[in-house]
Design a protein around this ligand. Structure first.
Ligand SMILES: *Cc1c(COP(=O)(O)O)cnc(C)c1O
Length: 371
């Protein structure tokens, strides 16, 4: 294995399949602004994700910023969220002029601990923004119960959860809106890209305005919007990748099964459990290394062999320089425990069995060595 093994590798359709699609753009000269491919992808995603409505965006982060903005939450109000996530989640809240209130996570699946949400609610709380981290479904029923009781909006960061279903219900149906990321590193990509799924037509109108300068017709601007449109090259990539998605997921599943087979007897690490009623997208393979300090040791041992794992998510977003000591100081015992011990191993459809076995050998060996 002379080559580097990175934590992920972007899924790409056969070259000719994509070039065939974009050839049409040279004929039409229509490159962006809700073009044909944009509209086609939006329709295909409504079917695929089993959701009522989809609004495509330039990327997942803008999808999140705009989904939050579309809820018209009171300026400066508090939003309950988690710090064990990609920093985008917290950025989107703060960039909307809202205050993040960090809730702890569960040790089961690293999603928001619903038993700790109600204690954080004050008269200034306006929304809950949970994360389906690694594609693990949050406790959506309990979150909705709490949201209904206190009249809060719920926006899911479903950036990791493309294609996930609970009892046959698409993940994008929960809460007031959900956002997805179609970044090159995610299970489904449009190079860069994202989407908001939602049910309410007013939210759809608001999102349309926000992503296109608030322009409704040639001479009429109705809202103070930004620019977050998905272009035709992105949409064409999405249409191609969607055709191969199920195949990719099957391959990823095999990679994960191979990992599990080689690591399950190692009692120094904890693996994620899958739930019976949840259709997984096999997006990530995190291991939790129980012994303090050992995670970094494994990370370095892999790196020495040109294998690049990632400490997703370390540090917690609440500990990052731009947020530290700025918001309510809540105890995040589980989040901190997990963040200090989690390691995401390389995972992509074409990861070879001998590569997986080598990674597992290194993990199993180093766990008994050193500190
Ligand atoms: C990737 C990601 C985002 C941002 O999506 P982009 O498409 O990269 O802008 C937001 N939240 C989480 C949890 C992510 O992993």
């Amino acid at each position: 294995m002379e080559n580097k093994v990175l934590v992920t590798r972007s899924s790409m359709p056969p070259y000719e399949e994509y070039t065939e699609m974009i050839k049409k753009l040279w004929d039409s000269h229509w490159l962006t602004n809700m073009g044909e491919y944009h509209n086609q992808l939006e329709k295909e995603l409504i079917d695929f994700l089993k959701v009522p409505k989809v609004s495509l965006m330039s990327n997942g982060h803008m999808a999140l910023e705009m989904a939050i903005q579309a809820m018209n939450l009171p300026a400066g109000s508090e939003v309950i969220t988690t710090a064990f996530t990609f920093v985008s989640t917290t950025h989107a809240i703060v960039r909307n002029g809202l205050k993040p209130v960090f809730c702890d996570i569960t040790m089961d699946d690293y999603t928001i601990d619903v038993s700790k949400i109600e204690d954080l609610i004050t008269e200034n709380t306006s929304a809950i923004i949970p994360v389906h981290v690694y594609g693990n479904l949050c406790n959506v029923d309990e979150i909705q119960r709490i949201a209904d009781k206190y009249r809060l909006k719920v926006i899911y960061d479903a950036a990791h959860a493309f294609g996930v279903e609970k009892d046959g219900i698409g993940v994008g149906n929960f809460g007031d809106a959900s956002i997805f990321s179609f970044h090159a590193t995610k299970v489904f990509n449009t190079i860069e890209g994202g989407a908001v799924t939602f049910n309410n037509a007013d939210i759809g109108e608001k999102l349309y305005n926000l992503k296109n300068f608030g322009i409704r017709s040639e001479e009429i601007v109705v809202d103070v919007g930004a620019n977050a449109k998905m272009n035709e090259f992105q949409a064409a990539m999405g249409i191609c990748n969607l055709r191969h998605f199920e195949e990719e997921i099957e391959k990823r599943k095999k990679v994960i099964e191979c990992y599990e087979e080689n690591l399950c007897r190692n009692d120094g690490i904890r693996l994620m459990e899958r739930k019976e009623n949840v259709k997984s997208n096999f997006a990530y393979f995190p291991i939790l290394v129980e012994k303090e300090g050992k995670r970094d040791y494994i990370y370095s041992a892999l790196k020495a062999e040109n294998i690049y794992s990632r400490k997703y998510f370390y540090p917690l977003t609440s500990d990052q320089a731009c947020f530290k000591n700025k918001y309510k100081n809540v105890k995040l015992d589980n989040a901190r425990y997990v963040s200090n011990r989690i390691l995401v191993l390389p995972l992509y459809a074409d990861l070879k069995v001998d590569e997986i076995e080598k990674i597992c050998r290194i993990v199993n060996q180093t766990i008994g060595e050193g500190i």
